[in-house]
Design a binder for this molecule. Structure first.
Ligand SMILES: [Zn+2]
Length: 237
């Protein structure tokens, strides 16, 4: 499964500003934390270039972005009640999907898990938000998460003290919705056993000391391949 994470507003637009906090900065802080939390699961995660704004690129400038290489697109924003300084009552987490999205189990799981950490659950809403509409138009499930209200002191207290747990709540919600199992011990064990056809070569490679701790079914980079060949004496010298 491949997931694209987008920090709302990105590097070219601050988004909402309150109490000296910029929405774009918060989103760019939180997105890598979600990416790291998704490391618990067998998924590939890409982050939209945080120096750029997906909205400006794709909507304002009309860049024809290829969402089709992903299975799920999540855009991350922080909410604000009419900007600074908030009304002290409008709080909580919410998530938006397009009117075309068939099921919302993933999104319900995300906000339920985030709410368990102390944020009010404002639920799943259907909205024609531009970037997620564009992804969905290419057939890719998408959502826009408003983590919490950056102009609400209580919300921000929860965010600041629990951002890592909140990032895991997002990752675990995606996993719950897509029925993903955590990268488990069993998988690790399997990776440690070479396939039958590779067994003899692998054992010889271990004996020759060229594998450098890589497991039989790990993928490796070209520099690792070249180093293994070099250690095996392929280049002479
Ligand atoms: Zn925003």
């Amino acid at each position: 499964m491949r997931i694209l994470l987008i920090a709302g507003h990105g590097g070219t637009d601050s988004g909402a500003v309150a109490f000296g906090r910029k929405e774009a900065d918060l989103a760019r802080e939180f997105v890598p934390m979600i990416r790291d939390a998704l490391g618990d699961y067998p998924v590939e995660v890409e982050v939209y270039n945080p120096a750029r704004s997906a909205y400006h690129d794709i909507i304002a400038n009309g860049y024809d972005y290829n969402f089709k290489k992903y299975d799920y697109v999540l855009e991350v924003h922080f909410n604000a009640y009419r900007q600074d300084p908030g009304n002290g009552q409008t709080t909580g987490t919410e998530i938006h999907v397009t009117p075309e999205e068939k099921t919302i189990a993933v999104e319900q799981a995300i906000v339920r898990r985030m709410a368990a950490l102390g944020l009010k659950n404002r639920g799943v809403k259907r909205s024609k938000l531009a970037v997620i509409m564009r992804a969905k138009a290419q057939g890719v499930s998408s959502a826009l998460l408003e983590v919490c209200f950056l102009d609400d002191a209580d919300d921000m207290k929860v965010y600041v003290s629990q951002k890592k747990a909140l990032a895991h709540a997002v990752a675990d919600g995606i996993a719950e919705g897509y029925k993903l199992q955590k990268r488990g011990e069993e998988v690790m064990e399997e990776k440690n056993i070479p396939s039958g056809w590779a067994k003899e070569a692998w054992e010889r490679a271990i004996a020759a000391g060229v594998t450098d701790g890589l497991r039989p079914q790990d993928s490796c980079t070209r520099e690792e391949v070249i180093t293994m060949l070099y250690r095996a004496g392929v280049f002479g010298g």
